[in-house]
Design a protein around this ligand. Structure first.
Ligand code: PEP
Length: 255
């Protein structure tokens, strides 16, 4: 089953309001009409509404970098799925390695968020990936398998239509290091087999698995051409409209 490429930009805690407006303008100009690749951006929370207005009418989807699993109440500093939808978000990134390893989120917490996001009608990019020491210790497959398994616990087969997985080796995020095509393909293939075991062959064939970790225009083509790589989750290179557009073009050019 052919899977449509899905390329998302994670702006992390970057940009001022003015920079964010200029970046969005550049993206809409270059990519606003692209229909053969699904495109998405996740700006900082405080700029979501402003960016939402700018991308309105374009094909670029708006999403958030995190959310909380409750509807409302005494959860200082947190943001609900309903609030995200209210400002025009249609997706949320969950389980990003910086949330796992800097903030300390566990697989169980991430799973609660995944379930809530899907229940409230947001699609999810669930990010998984091993640390350098885990790769060196030969634990990559076990670590990623557990993150996928626990992250998806309780997610029904029909709900999987709203889930994209993102394999992001932590040692390749923001470091300039990229997984080799063989390293990426191995893990992506394992994830697809796992989705088949957890659900069924049809779901495995339909689920998109993005690669993330220092993706840039110069390396995007070889990564996006891999059998089980269905797009990219892009950090640093998503902060320049030209670079993000270059990655998208590389994807569109894959035969
Ligand atoms: C990310 O934050 O998801 C990421 C992959 O970052 P970078 O592209 O900067 O490595």
């Amino acid at each position: 089953m052919p899977r449509k490429l899905y390329i998302a930009g994670n702006w992390k805690m970057n940009t001022s309001l003015a920079e964010c407006a200029a970046l969005t303008e550049g993206l809409v100009e270059r990519l606003g009409d692209v229909a053969d690749v699904d495109l998405a951006i996740a700006p900082p929370f405080v700029y979501l509404q402003a960016v939402g207005r700018q991308v309105q009418g374009s094909r670029i989807a708006l999403g958030a970098q995190n959310m909380f699993y409750e509807d409302n109440g005494a959860y200082t500093g947190e943001t609900s799925a309903a609030m995200l939808k209210d400002v025009g978000c249609c997706f949320v990134i969950l389980g990003h390695s910086e949330r796992r390893h800097v903030i300390g989120e566990t697989d169980e917490l991430i799973n609660r968020k995944v379930l809530k996001a899907l229940a409230d009608g947001l699609t999810v990019i669930l990010a998984v990936g091993e640390l350098l020491e885990q790769r060196q210790a030969g634990q990559t497959m076990d670590v990623v398998r557990r993150q996928v398994q626990v992250g998806l616990e309780g997610v029904g087969v029909a709900e999987m239509a709203g889930v994209t997985l993102a394999y992001e080796p932590v040692w390749a995020i923001g470091t300039g290091e990229t997984a080799s095509p063989a390293q990426a393909q191995d893990v992506h293939a394992m994830i697809r087999t796992l989705v088949g075991d957890l659900y069924d062959a049809e779901t495995a064939a339909a689920t998109r698995i993005q690669y993330g970790g220092s993706v840039k225009p110069s390396n995007a083509a070889e990564l996006l051409a891999l059998d089980d790589v269905d797009g990219a989750l892009v950090g640093g290179a998503s902060l320049k409209a030209e670079d993000f557009a270059g990655i998208v073009q590389a994807g569109r050019d894959v035969p």
